[in-house]
Design a protein around this ligand. Structure first.
Ligand code: AR6
Length: 203
């Protein structure tokens, strides 16, 4: 279940440590990035990312599973967000946190992926989902974050492309700054999705 792990961040410091130099505090400066097979609602992490829609009021796929498993407290907070700061809903590419209800996590970070289009390149919006979700996670102080394959279900994104954008964006974002999160885990439904994320992690 832990296949596909890769270390990023201060990889050079990590390599130096492994090759026998004195042990600096590289652990604080390295984030583990991994892809696993599973149901994201069963993850024990600080923040679980939800592939929501702009309404924030629930749906199918991973969104439906998160609301079912987490219970009504999540929807209640989403409704409050709609009544207060997000009357128009959450735009594609943005992210916002709520309680995780009964999930074994502290927060759910809701992000809205773009619907895939063959006519228009919306990859910047998909990348923004990962960037904004990590920014929200960092503001909360989340040490560990689990992502699903945003936009790769109902929203129609080809899995290879979705995986490449996810991995490249998270890598870039983590390399740009120190500190948490120290674990980013992609939790995938099915072997084909896992294979694409592992391939992207290996590049
Ligand atoms: N754990 C991990 N991955 C899952 C789970 C789960 N429990 N359930 C599904 N997936 P989707 P989208 C995978 O459709 O494409 C909703 O109705 C799934 O196999 O959930 O961003 C929202 O309300 C796929 O690989 O999200 C929106 O209206 C990936 O998660 C719309 O769908 C994403 O599939 C968002 O569509």
């Amino acid at each position: 279940r832990r296949a596909g792990a890769a270390l990023i961040g201060d990889a050079a410091a990590f390599a130096r440590t492994r090759s026998g130099a004195s042990a600096p505090s590289w652990r604080n400066r390295v984030t583990t990035l991994e892809a696993v097979l599973g149901d994201i609602t069963r993850e024990h992490v600080d923040a679980i990312v939800n592939a929501a829609n702009s309404s924030l009021l629930g749906g199918g796929g991973v969104d439906g599973a998160i609301h079912r498993a987490g219970g009504p407290a999540i929807l209640a907070e989403c409704r409050r967000l709609r009544e207060t700061t997000l009357p128009q809903g959450l735009p594609a590419g943005d992210a916002v946190a709520t309680t995780a209800g009964r999930l074994d996590a502290r927060w759910v970070i809701h992000t809205v992926g773009p619907v895939h289009s063959r006519r228009e390149d919306r990859s910047a919006t998909l990348a923004s989902c990962y960037r904004r979700s990590l920014a929200v996670a960092r503001e909360l102080g989340a040490q560990s974050v689990a992502f699903p394959a945003v936009s790769a279900g109902v929203y129609g994104w080809p899995m290879d492309d979705a995986a490449r954008i996810a991995v490249e964006t998270v890598r870039e974002e983590l390399a740009e700054r120190d500190g948490p999160p120290t674990l980013v885990r992609f939790v995938l439904f099915g072997e084909p999705a896992l294979r694409e994320f592992q391939a992207a992690l290996g590049r």
